[in-house]
Ligand binder design. Structure first.
Ligand SMILES: Nc1ncnc2c1ncn2[C@@H]1O[C@H](COP(=O)(O)OP(=O)(O)OP(=O)(O)O)[C@@H](O)[C@H]1O
Ligand SMILES: [Mg+2]
Length: 596
């Protein structure tokens, strides 16, 4: 529950609305507490003079009754209006706070480094953004409202009862200690289970999300049954946690609701004698019974508030964990133009491990490399050599240590992140497309680009033939969620076109030719060289054809640069062939076999 103090800033931001809402809630409860007083007067008027009563049967009785009836109607109406105002203000404002908290968490998520996103699970994040947020909202809306109700009833009803008869008040409040015990028990169990059930829910959401992202693999390997079983197991864990919660409430609620019934018995028993002996009036006794019975709803509300509070606290804890994730990106809008950069790239003795294992072995090992501004360099090497990792360190999509990666002689870690990413654009090996038109996917890189620029970028990325024949709607063809409705090669070229539209001083292309046939690849490569003249381009590739077309080839192996130089020089090196020579040799042999 202490965690909920974390909501204070939001409360303060909407102090006006919250205070007005609370005031309305108190008023509503006061109006609801007055009818027993009216009842008492009416009963006394009918019953005539007794020790506590003031009325006297006679001609004025019908008038008094009518007056009471009108008063009751007015009170009910006033309570209705106040309740409406309280709900509107408190529930409405709790939604506002929910939205603020949600956008705060979402903004944080957008700025988290890639490594954090690799660690966090999408389903868990989704659960925090949805069900955890609504649990917090419930504390501020219904929670506050019912807490107010419980407190107002407790204070005002007790005061009114005490004023009438301390003895009967004692009987009325006798069950309270039991209630306290039951509430403490239910609160403790709820707190423990709320977190468990939220985490179980997150696991279910996670599985459902991956399930559909992986639907093709699941169907291809006939894993539907296994998937269903896994899902059911996760779902069962969630259901178990929520069922236990429900069971606790199933015991708690009848106990809480039943206690006032006991109290009524006590009040009637003691109250009857008090009335007989003239210490308490008929009306007062009637009012008393009404109060005791009316205690049920605030007591139930109180238990509910305890549950809401515990659930909200557990959820707030989970939200604050996300908000506490460290970010390095200060955020803010992207710079208007690509940052001017000469395009000199340097890695100075970089050693880098990836992943979260106990002691992950380094992917890059004391690697030093300098790429001159304006050069077109091919990065080759076996799978897992570290090519993708090396490229990703420049825009800091993989965070390099300080003093390891430099653009124009300035440490990548010292560059404002926005400028750095505007200066160096990475086209990923497995590019992502949004479920939108090709045009919208391209414009993401530069929203202000003209239609001609978009068409040109598409043309240069080799999309010409597709636009001419495969896509009747041309650039307005929609590519489906994650780009599932276009071919792998089309997806690659759309991603390339997107980067060409951004036209950055440094372009990092991660294997963008891999899904293209040799002829298309050659065409794209030729246009790329033309377009990128004078600007730095680094292309990781397994295509030696592309390496031959580059100004220079850098060979990477096990996280180190093992050879570099122009293709021609590496090929005609004297002595035994180096790593690049051996790669060429293998490629040549394969071609010969194929030609036979
Ligand atoms: N997100 C990641 N978390 C942990 N380890 C990773 C991650 N990405 C890559 N690695 C590891 O880093 C090493 C180098 O991977 P990298 O993707 O840089 O190789 P590559 O040269 O691009 O290979 P390929 O030619 O297959 O694209 C691999 O051993 C890989 O398992
Ligand atoms: Mg790679």
């Amino acid at each position: 529950m202490r965690t909920l103090l974390g909501l204070a800033p939001y409360f303060r931001r909407h102090a006006g609305a919250f205070s007005a809402g609370l005031a309305a809630a108190v008023l509503a409860d006061l109006f609801a507490l007055l009818p027993p007083q009216v009842l008492a007067r009416a009963v006394d008027a009918v019953a005539g003079p007794t020790a506590g009563g003031s009325g006297r049967p006679g001609a004025e009785v019908p008038g008094a009754l009518a007056q009471s009836a009108v008063l009751l109607v007015l009170l009910v109406a006033a309570a209705g209006v106040a309740t409406w105002a309280a709900r509107r203000l408190l529930l409405g404002t709790s939604r506002l706070v929910e939205r603020e908290l949600q956008s705060e968490v979402y903004a944080r998520l957008l700025r988290l480094p890639t490594s954090a996103h690799e660690r966090l699970r999408a389903g868990d994040v989704f659960a925090r953004l949805t069900s955890d947020l609504s649990a917090v909202r419930d504390v501020l809306g219904p929670g506050l409202m019912h807490a107010t109700e419980a407190v107002t009833y407790a204070v005002v009803a007790t005061a009114l009862m005490l004023a009438t008869s301390p003895l009967l008040t004692l009987y009325a409040l006798a069950p309270l200690p039991f209630l306290a015990v039951a509430s403490a028990w239910s609160g403790a169990v709820t707190h423990r289970l709320a977190r468990v059930s939220q985490e179980a829910y997150a696991a279910v959401a996670q599985r459902a999300g991956t399930g559909f992202a992986a639907i093709r693999v699941i169907q291809a390997f006939r894993r539907e049954e296994a998937e269903r079983a896994t899902f059911r197991a996760l779902d069962e864990a969630y259901v178990r946690a929520t069922l236990t919660l429900a069971r606790v409430r199933a015991i708690y609620l009848p106990v809480v609701a039943g206690l006032p019934g006991l109290a009524v018995a006590g009040v009637l028993w003691a109250g009857g004698r008090e009335v007989m002996e003239g210490r308490v009036g008929y009306g007062a006794l009637a009012a008393f019974v009404w109060y005791v019975l009316k205690m049920v709803s605030p007591l139930v509300a109180f238990g509910w508030v305890v549950t809401l509070g515990e659930r909200g606290a557990a959820s707030l804890e989970r939200l604050r964990e996300l908000l506490a994730e460290p970010v390095e990106d200060p955020g803010g809008p992207p710079p208007a133009t690509p940052a001017p950069a000469r395009g000199l790239l340097e890695w100075r003795g970089i050693t880098l491990a990836r992943g979260t294992g106990a002691a992950p072995s380094p992917v890059l090992r004391d690697l030093t490399l300098r790429i001159e501004p304006g050069s077109f360099v091919a990065l080759v090497g076996p799978v897992g050599a570290g090519k993708s990792t090396l490229l990703a360190t420049v825009p800091r999509l993989v965070e390099p240590p300080r003093g390891a990666v430099f653009l124009d002689g300035r440490d990548a870690r010292e560059w404002p992140l926005g400028d750095l990413r505007a200066a160096a654009t990475l086209v990923a090996q497995d590019p992502f497309l949004f479920g939108a038109s090709v045009r919208e996917n391209l414009l993401l890189a530069r929203p202000g680009a003209s239609p001609e620029e978009v068409a040109r970028a598409a043309e240069e990325a080799g999309l010409g033939p597709d636009l001419a024949s495969a896509w009747p709607q041309g650039l307005d063809t929609v590519v489906g969620e994650r780009g599932v409705t276009v071919s792998g090669g089309q997806r690659q070229r759309i991603a390339l076109a997107r980067a060409l539209l951004a036209d950055p001083p440094v372009l990092l292309l991660d294997d963008v030719l891999s899904s293209l046939d040799a002829e298309t690849a050659a065409g794209v490569l030729a246009r790329l060289r033309e377009r990128r003249r004078g600007r730095t381009t680094l292309l990781a590739t397994h295509r030696l054809q592309a390496a031959a077309a580059a100004d220079e080839v850098v060979v990477l192996s096990e996280g180190r640069v093992v050879e570099r130089g122009p293709h021609a020089a590496l090929r005609s090196r004297s002595g035994p062939p180096g790593p690049y020579g051996r790669m060429l040799e293998r490629a040549r042999m394969e071609e010969e076999i194929a030609a036979r």
